[in-house]
Design a binder for this molecule. Sequence first.
Ligand code: PLP
Length: 358
Amino acid sequence: MSKRRSVDLRSDTFSLPSPEMYEALQRAALGDDVYGEDPTVNMLEARAAALTGKEAALLVSSGTQANLVALLSLCDRGDEVLLGGGSDLFNFETGGIAAVAGLHPRPLDDEAGYISPEAVAAAVRPRDVHFGRTRLLCLENTHARSGGTPIPLDLLRALAEIAAKRGLLVHMDGARLFNAAVAQGVDPAEIAAHVHSVSFCLSKGLSCPAGSILCGAAGFIEKARRARKMLGGGMRQAGWLAAPGLVALDNIGRLAEDHARAQRLAVGLMGIDGLRVDAQRVRTNIVIVELQSPDGDAATLISALREQGVRCFSLGKGLRMVVHRNIDDADVEYTLAACRRAMGATTESARPGRSGPY
Ligand SMILES: *Cc1c(COP(=O)(O)O)cnc(C)c1O
């Protein structure tokens, strides 16, 4: 049995900053960002705007705040927002869309990893005094719940076209935008060209300590700056967060290593009796694992893995493993071995006639 390791595959938010990031934050020039005077933040925002091909950008505290600030800047109270039923925005942002922004979320099917243009067309409400105004379409790219799926570019084009035709604005929750860009081999700007606003997280695969960036037209970012302040998100010497962000944006290509390891993990898991993984669907850094037996118990598997130092999140009928900067080749091998041991144990104890102590 190989030496016990600690492998945290729960999320890429568990990634830690690199030594270069610590160095950069010690050297960072600082100022008060609420007055627009932090040179490091200004540099990061300019860099993010250029990368996404937008006029301007805004550093915010989290992905949740980026989405909320975008909603507040793009919509009026009472507007209806089309979004994925499996999206982070709909499920995991504490209902801020309704509670804070006063908007009406309308969930659409996104089980495939994206919303279909037909679903958008069918959901837009006619102008009628009975209806809220359908104002915004929110897209998640990559789509976390379905396993880090990047939205195919032709589909994104079709979604943008239907939105434009029906008078909708489009916001992209691109928490993992660069995972999509790297997987698709395109510039992030090529993806962002189809949407009015796009956010991305510094704190996930980019392994910064905290922060997200919202990008869009200059007038939109001006509004967003006010919304951020209103939400209590005006940070002062935020160059400490921006400095690691600049290092991260110089190393986006590194995400390809995470994708390759996720692929190796998926292929390895496919070879383990009792587990079901669709390695072809693993395009970025997220691997979804299901149990073959319909009454298989993901919780038992998760705790058996945890006893061996491997941590992952439950998805109800399966589990999720997310590869990030702090997961190396040996961690992948160790995880596969841990899964083999866990599944061996599970199958044996489930075998009839072998339930006694042994
Ligand atoms: C993580 C995540 C968010 C929220 O980001 P936080 O920084 O955790 O608030 C939003 N959208 C998606 C798709 C995410 O994965």
